[in-house]
Write a protein that binds this ligand. Structure first.
Ligand SMILES: Nc1ncnc2c1ncn2[C@@H]1O[C@H](COP(=O)(O)OP(=O)(O)OP(=O)(O)O)[C@@H](O)[C@H]1O
Length: 254
């Protein structure tokens, strides 16, 4: 199997607006792949189609050769495709730890009776879930805030927690929608290192949308540039950076 994710002839129409038009991409296992382009180019709509939030108007989306187009976000997540959002979406009144416990709930004991009677198996699986959650909080450098409400964490920490919440489900494909938005320059450098570590240490494939060209060019192996819903260039950072259409449509103004 050469590709983890394949997208063919993807289009998405909202009434009279063709927001995505003929997008194609193939992402290899372990690759870090970015989608760039001006505001309104259709990047988030592509994300919404892949992650099951939208049913594409046309097109094929496969994960390890199996179609996932139009399955719905829950089913797509169960198959190992998880994502973050442009605006962080956490359970803000739950603690950081609780957010990670909820995320792995489907992998811990499902027995309601076990929970009611506090059986040994139930306690063991809860303890394992807490240990796993703490491991991820440590990995993200935010274990000191385990018991703080997610909504009260610093913004950069909320972003890390959101990524941890994805990673704790052991995804095949991690989709990050503008992960650098709102971060300061130091946090952006740390984010790049974090993305690289996630790939190296956990083998996860990463698909990101990002406007920060320092991060995109530094972390991505291949980049797709979109404009008005259409793919206008695809290649390595060097190829995309020097592409005339990309410079005209986007980089000239970025
Ligand atoms: N649910 C929707 N209903 C109607 N139009 C939509 C919907 N979602 C997106 N659009 C439109 O589709 C086009 C593409 O939007 P999209 O959010 O995918 O762009 P984007 O490249 O992610 O932009 P940005 O960089 O600003 O996030 C825009 O014109 C947008 O207004």
């Amino acid at each position: 199997m050469s590709h983890l994710l394949e997208v063919r002839d993807l289009s998405m129409r909202f009434g009279g607006l063709l927001a995505v038009d003929g997008v194609e991409m193939s992402i290899k296992p372990g690759e870090i792949f970015a989608i760039i382009g001006p505001n309104g180019a259709g990047k988030t709509t592509v994300f919404n189609c892949i992650s099951g939030f939208y049913k594409p108007t046309t097109g094929v989306i496969t994960l390890e050769g199996q179609s996932i187009a139009g399955l719905g976000s829950h089913s797509v997540a169960q198959r190992g495709v998880v994502r973050t959002f442009q605006n962080v979406r956490l359970f803000k009144s739950m603690t950081a730890l609780e957010n990670l416990l909820v995320a792995q709930h489907s992998r811990t004991s499902k027995s309601v009776l076990g929970g009611l009677f506090n059986t040994r198996n139930y306690r063991a699986s809860e303890a394992a879930a807490i240990e796993n959650a703490m491991k991820w909080l440590r990995f993200m450098g935010i274990e000191a805030f385990a018991n703080r409400e997610a909504g009260n964490l610093a913004y950069g920490h909320q972003r890390r927690l959101e990524i941890a919440r994805c990673m704790i489900t052991q995804p095949k494909l991690l989709m990050l929608d503008e992960p650098a938005a709102g971060l300061n320059p130091q946090e952006k450098v740390e984010l790049q290192q974090l993305i690289e570590r996630l790939r190296t240490e956990f083998g996860v494939t990463v698909l990101l949308i990002e406007h920060d060209m320092g991060l995109v060019m530094g972390v991505s192996e291949r980049i797709l540039c979109m404009e008005y819903g259409r793919p206008i260039a695809m290649g390595t950072p060097e190829e995309v950076r020097s592409n005339e259409r990309v410079i005209k449509a986007y980089l000239g103004e970025a």
